[in-house]
Design a protein around this ligand. Structure first.
Ligand code: MG
Ligand code: MG
Ligand code: MG
Length: 305
């Protein structure tokens, strides 16, 4: 019976490529592993798969009775509904430790660095397994995506070193150009519905009993949202009602200006205002220097609940 490897709901490139790269490593080590995904992939991930000839992991949302490895998350709110009926063999992640527990001992690789694929790169090194060219290229892209081409405060020397080594294996000279190409693909918002945009990179968190949704859209120029904020806010109100959320925030991140316009619909605006020491105007505020949800948003918000 195969073991499944998958990342969080609303999978990003790190979740998809992490499943692929870890499954490759595990197979090389003699474990029969299959990469899967919990949802549709983004245009950015599609770009990476096309570029390096990667195969799209199969969609699988139910894991009762299966053995699994988790990549890029450890929160129940980002897991399949029946995760408690699965045997979790291991977790590879770079987020705060979530609320998933296991019945059996597990392999755990959790580090406070920029990307799960950096940790998987370290695992390849530690097991002395060679990384194939195509997988190296995809891992490189996942790290460039998660670290916002090294601009994110989550990025460490370990991430930049991994990128250098992976670029060499993949035969890519100017990988920052590749990163920009990828972010231009990611920036496409024309024709997308408000719901599609709000859920493109969306996560829910349980903060001391309150359900908080935080989405993020990273673009190279924030002006693409000039005529879209109204529709995003309207849909955020709907998402809040549908999912009984205490709050929902969407970060419109400008990777060139290096900051985020935060849109907020909340039962209590003051939680956001005090967390970031700002005043919301028309349900929004500019947060200068804020690029990372996990490092610059979630901990500050959590402390208010
Ligand atoms: Mg992720
Ligand atoms: Mg990640
Ligand atoms: Mg991200």
């Amino acid at each position: 019976m195969s073991t499944y490897i998958f990342g969080h709901t609303s999978p990003d490139s790190d979740s998809i490529i992490g499943a692929i790269s870890l499954a490759y490593l595990k197979n090389e080590l003699g474990e029969d592993c299959v990469p899967t995904r919990q949802g549709d992939i983004s245009a950015e991930t599609q770009f990476i798969l096309n570029r390096f000839g990667g195969k799209l992991p199969e969609l699988k949302t139910s894991y009762a009775g299966e053995c699994v490895y988790l990549v890029d998350f450890s929160d129940l709110s980002q897991a399949p509904k029946d995760i408690e009926q699965a045997t979790i063999l291991g977790i590879v992640d770079h987020h705060k430790l979530g609320d998933i527990t296991t019945k059996t001992p597990l392999e755990c690789w959790i580090r406070p660095i920029g990307c799960t694929n950096t940790i998987i790169f370290e695992m390849f090194k530690s097991y002395e397994v060679e990384i194939p060219k195509d997988i190296a290229g995809m891992m490189l892209c996942a790290i460039l995506s998660d670290t916002v081409i090294f601009k994110s405060p989550t990025c460490t020397k370990i991430d930049t070193n991994a990128c250098k080594a992976l670029a060499e294996i993949a035969g890519i000279k100017d990988y920052k150009v590749l990163g920009m190409e990828m972010f231009i693909v990611k920036s496409a918002v024309e024709g997308a519905s408000a719901r599609e945009l709000n859920t493109r990179d969306y996560k829910e968190f349980d903060m001391n009993g309150s359900k908080i949704g935080v989405g993020q859209l990273e673009v190279v120029d924030l002006s693409v949202f000039d005529d879209k904020k109204e529709m995003l806010l309207e849909d955020m109100q709907k998402m809040k009602d549908e999912n009984s959320l205490h709050s929902i925030a969407i970060l419109l991140t400008d990777i060139m200006k290096e900051g985020s316009q935060m849109l907020v619909i909340s039962d209590d605006d003051t939680k956001f205002e005090s967390a970031f020491d700002v005043k919301l105007e028309d349900s929004q505020v500019w947060l200068d220097g804020v690029l990372s949800r996990k490092k610059q948003i979630i901990p500050f918000l959590q402390s208010k609940f």
